[in-house]
Ligand binder design. Structure first.
Ligand code: SF4
Length: 82
């Protein structure tokens, strides 16, 4: 999905250096896979609770791919390889 579509559907953007993460609270099923998968990227006690720069892009994608609801999405940034 493209950013425009995600934002139109109510996703909020969390900026990262090499990857942006999008989250829609209305879609979330509260499985907890994200915080269990990587508590540094996904930390409910922090604001903002998602920080894509806490891990490598590959790890961000790995954890988001375990989200069962689709509440988490990502878009890799072109030309932003580390
Ligand atoms: S993994 Fe997805 S569905 Fe589960 S709590 Fe995180 S955002 Fe919500």
């Amino acid at each position: 999905m493209e950013e425009k579509e995600l934002v139109e559907q109510g996703y909020r953007k969390y900026h990262g250096e090499t990857i942006d993460v999008y989250f829609n609270t209305h879609v979330c099923e509260h499985s907890g896979n994200c915080v269990k998968g990587n508590g540094a990227i996904f930390d409910l006690k922090r604001k903002p609770w998602i920080d894509p720069d806490q891990a490598a892009k590959e790890e961000v994608m790995r954890v988001i791919d375990t989200c069962p609801s689709g509440a988490l999405q990502y878009i890799q940034k072109e030309g932003a390889e580390k």
